[in-house]
Design a protein around this ligand. Sequence first.
Ligand code: SF4
Ligand code: SF4
Ligand code: SF4
Length: 259
Amino acid sequence: MIWDKDADAAVKKAPFFVRKKVRKRVETFVREKGRDRVTLSDVKALKKKFLSKGGMENEIKGHDVSACFGGDGCPNSVALSSKQLVKDIETVMASAGILSFLKSEVTGDLKFHHEFRVSISDCPNACSRPQITDIGIIAAALPEITAEDCVHCEACVDICPEQAVTLERSGPIVDFKLCLACGKCMKGCPTGTLDTQETGYRALLGGRLGRHPRLGMEIPGILSHEGVLDLVRRCLDFYKAHSKGGKRFSHVLESLDQI
Ligand code: SF4
Ligand code: SF4
Ligand code: SF4
């Protein structure tokens, strides 16, 4: 799909948390008209539709799963690609009935900020902002020190963005309190002295923006693909059991002293 410059600029004015969705929606709108070029008139026409009575509500599906572009070849991407995880989380969320739950709880029109959001990043750079969503997922690869001889090349020390690796006569030492499991030191080690102990995902719960923002709280450990899906299911059950009047997940967790 080709975008005219002014159309592209107009979409960039939308709040960041709906920008991707608006972009996708505009492209669908244009495709439905049998065209492959987005003009400013298309953006304006859709905006008018959104702002008409009930227009926004028709676009809301109750949940949202977003991801960074790590799976499309970003060099920082930790060993895993989250594309399948995104699809599987989408399936779990779609079957959880969040939209009908919200419709039964919220008085007045549903808004995008009512949606339950999951955001996935393929490395700790966190481009998809998992820290400020209901559930944030960050791909992780944890290092381990093997019995392979270290040649003291210092590549691991130089490459670690967290200064978590130090070198001693016996070889490398990793400070796991500093390590963000980005996987860089293992990729850079020529001897295999630093290798991958475990791959999976870190998870943060209860992040939000708005008038009283807060960062999601990280739960301990590294989750497998199935572990993430199980976490999402349990969070959705908890949310539906305790949220009243469309209260956000983070507020529910706070009110019950869970974060
Ligand atoms: S979060 Fe990491 S992997 Fe994803 S796009 Fe950003 S830098 Fe690349
Ligand atoms: S995994 Fe990343 S943060 Fe952890 S020690 Fe290696 S380079 Fe540093
Ligand atoms: S990169 Fe590997 S070989 Fe080089 S200093 Fe670190 S652990 Fe040793």
